[in-house]
Design a protein around this ligand. Structure first.
Ligand code: PEP
Ligand code: MG
Length: 893
């Protein structure tokens, strides 16, 4: 018999924390908490296997599920000393929540107060003596159940509430009396009848199974599917359903509810952090309607609020909650995010999970937990998400910059962002597609906004606290966010954001500082963060574990020094053509391209030589002691052709030819498919003087820097080789020039000549190419293009729909395709090593900075990865995690 249902409560549980795959994160943690003796309302978890069964069997349940669920319900009744559906004596009400393996905030639906009907509500009144509370709970239940299970939008109910408040002259919900709520229950039921043509279900068991079905159904709703796509969560994981006894934080002044974090999720400080409300339900804390109160005296002082903290108001219960904090964090050895309810002076823990945190907090917590002896260095390295590390490398506001501050909200997710104001998630997506940068500005966000939130530079809300949807989701995404900026007003109709007398229209630029909560007009200059302190400590540990070296793709002195500051171990790709676009050079480059004879070409190359040499002098100096791989000219020549008549005229003058001759030559160079045309080493083979000039520039620079006493390690790389003889010919050119330079300068430095592997043929004949090539660098951008037969420049149009349709999981230009492109990489590595066992192997395609691809490279045993300067720390971390054998790494894209 398959066990589908697992109970918990009363200091025991059938499940444990490690059973997340079966019980979902929430269920596993409820079981764990219960086993630890933390006060958890009893309940049971219907496993994720039921969800899988449900979808594999035409949305039906296993035949023995009902019996197992009934037995578990009976056990819950026993532990809580109350009966489900009781019209007399203690009454058990339950919550029904989803709980997937990975946390999916706001994605799945929850039903509270389940089990209320016209009879049980009367019983509840007898038990509690509070008619107002009971009918309020009942109407909340009808509203939530109708919305989530029966798909009658909650707005249809809100209208009745608003109307009634207006008729009675109330402004706040708290003014509603018991009779008012009771009357509203009647109106709500009529609303259900009107929409569905049937009445609201009165039978608690029918309610229960309706809610269970809705949770499983919501696994396949659009929001959940989008969330899974964005976070790489497979659809076949399924969700579990948690049915748990309800406890109430809204039964009076001796009741409260709140959320808390064992450490500050924003800064990572080792201080208890949380928010709560007296006489409220959990949803009130995150809904942002009432301002939540601070948990501790310390945070009350820090936020300068007059609202009393829990520590002052209910000191005994605060102490119990504090003990739970210590208990859970010591047990889980990680920062926990907990939900609690105090019902008539009794503390109940409703949930614990690993807390989402800002990147800065993630770093501080990981480092401090090592220092506290709670975890070891390897664990700290494993825990740091490369995407989060990425955020730490992003700009902050320049403290010296002038700011025109419009208002202030909560510092919900750090980082500074500027962009044009848009007021809907759809607009955000549309504007970003047009290449704009946007700040998504909303009163509050909801799960429907997830797509727009994902593409926005920053998120601004005017309502909600640190645990509001916007705050939680933005932190998870690493998007700067200012939440609850109450002094600003959003008007969706007028498409304006007003602050005092200032009106910001749609499309106007604003800047957010997610670290201070400030909202500023216009674009404010930003600076790079300091990479010292905890960052430096973690990176030091990272380097203790990793095997792969990390180099940078860089050609400008700025990129090279940035990369060196980020700890790169050399340059893995210097794209020399990027050095040719400088206004002083481009005319000579064009002259070189459009030359009709070798002499003309050499004349142009002679003018370029001093510039190139100077470039390399700077690079070798910045990279002293580290290898620098210089790739000889690669791109299709048409990229450099003059487009305007003025440019043409300038080149004609420099070359001493007339315009017509030049135009003819330009049209001769036209190619139908330049990416597969006259580019890469094909240029070197047909015009060896180009590579000769470049080799001369490299080695004269090397000689100059070496003679100043610096160590120079040049590696010359031949691009786009497909035939061994292409490489051999060009290596000869390089070696000859090197000999000449040594003879002329009297200098001598070690150097290497190698090739890129960018074409399937090169990968397959790698053993032959390796006879001459001393290193391979996998150019996986072109290798992906040529393996798939996909144009790197045009594929975006259909790769996005392909991902949405599930044809492919990830963009192969972002994360290496292990089965196809990866297979060619490992084949080439193996064949290359067969001929030359000590061949140096690296990767310099964009994949070099993608964590999943770095794992792949570690597995193939490459010597290094090379990536853009800002991704160097990410690649270092990913390399360490790969060496530590961490599984389940996803692409950062
Ligand atoms: C590559 O093809 O992977 C590569 C690094 O070269 P480029 O992107 O310059 O073509
Ligand atoms: Mg390439």
């Amino acid at each position: 018999m398959t066990k589908w249902v697992y109970t918990f409560g009363d200091g025991q549980a059938e499940g444990r924390a490690h059973m997340k795959n079966l019980l979902g994160g929430k269920g596993a943690n409820l079981a764990e908490m219960s086993s630890l003796g933390v006060p958890v309302p009893a309940g049971f978890t219907i496993s994720t296997e039921v969800c899988t069964y449900y979808y594999e069997n035409g949305e039906t349940y296993p035949s023995d599920l009902t019996d197992q669920a009934n037995a578990a319900l009976a056990e819950t009744e026993r532990v809580m000393g109350a009966k489900f559906g009781a019209t007399d004596g203690p009454l058990l009400l339950v919550s029904v929540r989803s709980g997937a393996r990975a946390s999916m905030p706001g994605m799945m639906d929850t039903v509270l107060n389940l089990g209320l009907n016209d009879q049980t509500v009367e019983n509840l009144i007898k038990l509690s003596g509070d008619e107002r509370f009971c009918y309020d709970s009942y109407r909340r239940f009808i509203q939530m159940y109708s919305d989530v299970v029966m798909e009658v939008d909650h707005e249809h109910f809100e209208v009745h509430l608003e109307r009634m408040k207006e008729a009675k002259g109330y402004t706040l919900d708290t003014e509603m009396t018991g009779d008012d709520w009771k009357a509203l229950v009647g109106l709500y039921k009529e609303e259900v009848q009107k929409h569905l043509g049937r009445s609201f279900p009165e039978d608690p068991h029918e309610q229960l199974w309706g809610a269970v079905g809705a949770v499983f159904g919501s696994w396949m709703n659009k929001r959940a599917i989008t969330y899974r796509r964005l976070h790489g969560i497979p659809a076949d994981w399924g969700t579990a359903v948690n049915v748990q006894a309800m406890v109430f934080g809204n039964m009076g002044e001796d009741c409260a509810t709140g959320v808390c974090f064992t450490r500050d999720p924003s800064t990572g400080e080792n201080a208890y952090y949380g928010e709560y409300l007296v006489n409220a339900q959990g949803e009130d804390v995150v809904a942002g309607i009432r301002t939540p109160q601070p948990l501790t005296v310390a945070s009350k002082e820090a936020t300068q609020t007059d609202l009393p903290s829990l520590e002052e108001l209910m000191p005994d219960l605060y102490q119990q909650l504090y003990d739970v904090r210590v208990n859970l964090e010591t047990h889980y050895k990680d920062m926990q995010d907990m939900e609690f309810t105090i019902q008539q002076n009794k503390l109940w823990m409703l949930q614990t999970r690993t807390g989402k945190r800002t990147s800065a907090a993630a770093l501080r917590i990981a480092v401090e937990m090592v220092e506290e002896g709670l975890i070891d260095k390897a664990e700290a390295v494993r825990r740091m998400d490369p995407a989060q590390l990425d955020q730490l490398l992003h700009p902050m506001l320049d403290p010296k910059a002038e700011k025109d501050v419009l208002g202030k909200g909560l510092p919900a997710s750090p980082g500074a962002a500027s962009g044009q104001v848009v007021f809907t998630a759809d607009e955000a997506e549309a504007w970003v597609k047009e290449g704009k940068k946007v700040i998504l500005t909303r009163v509050e966000t909801s799960p429907e906004d997830i797509g727009g939130m994902h593409v926005a530079e920053g998120i601004l809300t005017t309502r909600g606290g640190m645990t509001s949807h916007a705050a939680v989701v933005a932190r998870g995404m690493g998007t700067p966010c200012v939440a609850g900026a109450g002094t600003l007003t959003v008007n969706y109709n007028a498409k304006t954001l007003t602050a005092g007398g200032v009106v910001i229209n749609e499309g106007d630029v604003i800047t957010l500082d997610g670290a201070s909560g400030e909202v500023m007009r216009g674009e404010v200059p930003k600076i790079q963060p300091e990479l010292t302190g905890n960052f430096a400590k973690l990176m030091e540990w990272v380097d203790e574990f990793r095997i792969l070296k990390v180099r940078a793709n860089a050609e400008t002195p700025l990129d090279a020094s940035t990369a060196r500051n980020f700890g790169c171990q050399g340059i893995g790709l210097c794209r020399t053509e990027h050095m040719f676009f400088d206004p002083q050079r481009i005319t000579h480059v064009r002259q070189m391209i459009l030359a009709s004879t070798e002499d003309e070409r050499r004349a142009a190359l002679d003018k370029l030589l001093p510039y190139q040499r100077q470039d390399f002098v700077e690079l070798f100096t910045i990279m002293a002691g580290l290898p620098v791989t210089v790739r000889l000219l690669d791109p299709p020549l048409h990229e450099f052709l003059p487009h305007t008549d003025a440019d043409m005229a300038e080149v004609a003058k420099a070359a001493g030819v007339d315009m017509d001759t030049l135009k003819n030559r330009a049209s001769q160079l036209h190619e139908a498919n330049p990416m597969l045309g006259h580019r890469g080493c094909r240029l070197g083979v047909t015009y060896p003087e180009i590579y000769e000039m470049q080799a001369r520039a490299i080695f004269e620079a090397a000689a100059e820097v070496a003679m100043k006493g610096e160590e120079v390690l040049p590696e010359v790389m031949i691009p786009l080789v497909s035939v061994k003889s292409e490489f051999d010919r060009l290596k000869e050119v390089v070696d000859r020039v090197v000999g000449e330079v040594w003879a002329k300068t009297g200098a001598k430095v070690d150097y290497m000549v190698g090739t890129m592997i960018e074409l399937p043929r090169a990968a397959l004949v790698a053993d032959k190419i390796a006879e001459g090539a001393e290193f391979f660098s996998f150019g996986t951008n072109d290798l992906t293009q040529t393996t798939y037969g996909l144009s790197r420049d045009d594929a975006g149009n259909f790769l996005v729909p392909y991902q949405e349709m599930g044809v492919i999981e990830v963009d192969p230009f972002v994360s290496i395709d292990p089965d196809g492109v990866g297979e060619l990489v490992s084949t080439a590595a193996e064949r290359g090593r067969k001929t030359r066992p000590d061949i140096k192997l690296g990767i310099c395609g964009e994949h070099g900075g993608d964590p999943a691809s770095v794992h792949f490279c570690n597995g193939v045993g490459l010597d290094y990865v090379s990536c853009s300067p800002y991704r160097v720390p990410i690649a270092r971390l990913a390399a360490a995690q790969a060496a530590l054998g961490e599984e389940g790494v996803h692409s950062t894209a």
